[in-house]
Unconditional design. Structure first.
Length: 130
């Protein structure tokens, strides 16, 4: 029995003047209890996974910023990420993966990309002449 049917059954039965629980009532009640327990277990599992990621990233931020747990900077930086909408994080991730794929494709095709800061003066002059 699903949650909605179980709730309707219990609600209907409680409105009856001479209410005596029968097997369907017990089944509805047990279904509600089972659904609630399953949701609580799933919620705990999801929160546990989030906690593991939070702790891991927090530790990485502490190392990155060369601070301690008492310093607020790593926590503030982590919370900046958590405050962003998930769509923003997905878009950023997608863009980074597309860029990575593009660079791999270009590299495999023999195309070299040089950052202007690493070009020699003679290469810069040649580019200006072209």
């Amino acid at each position: 029995m699903d949650f909605k049917k179980a709730m309707q059954r219990i609600g209907w039965r409680l409105q009856q003047p001479n209410f005596k629980p029968n097997n369907e009532d017990k089944q509805a009640y047990n279904s509600i209890i089972q659904i609630i327990e399953n949701q609580q277990k799933e919620q705990f599992k999801n929160n546990e996974l989030f906690a593991k990621l939070y702790i891991h990233v927090y530790g990485k931020f502490i190392s990155h910023y060369k601070t301690t747990v008492l310093d607020p900077i790593p926590r503030k930086e982590l919370h900046k990420i958590l405050e962003k909408p998930i769509s923003h994080l997905v878009d950023k991730f997608t863009q980074e993966m597309n860029d990575s794929e593009l660079y791999s494709l270009m590299e495999n095709s023999g195309i070299k990309i040089e950052h202007p800061a690493f070009k020699t003066e003679s290469k810069k002059r040649k580019m200006l002449i072209k």
